[in-house]
Design a protein around this ligand. Sequence first.
Ligand code: ZN
Ligand code: ZN
Length: 87
Amino acid sequence: MRKKMCCNCKKSQCLKLYCECFANKTFCAGCNCVNCLNTEDNRVERDKAMQTTLERNPIAFDPKITHDAYIVCCSVTTHNIPRRTER
Ligand SMILES: [Zn+2]
Ligand SMILES: [Zn+2]
C-alpha cells in the first residue's frame, strides 16, 4: 500500500511541508532533492523542523490531510465559499 514518495526539493532541504516526504513523515530516499536534510542521519534537525512546523500548523501532519497542503487549502476555501445558485 505504501506508495514511494519522490520529491524534487531544491531549497527547502526537505524540512518543509513542500516536501512530500517530510509532509508524510517519511525519510527521503532516492528522491531528486538537493541538500536534503530529511534523512535518518539528520534525525535531530528533522525533529526540530517538525516541531516548528507543528507550532505553526498543528494539523500539518494530520493523516486526513494529504501531502499537498496547497490542494487542501484550496479545496477548503472553495468549499467555504457560498455557491451562487441564483440565475
Ligand atoms: Zn523533499
Ligand atoms: Zn529529500
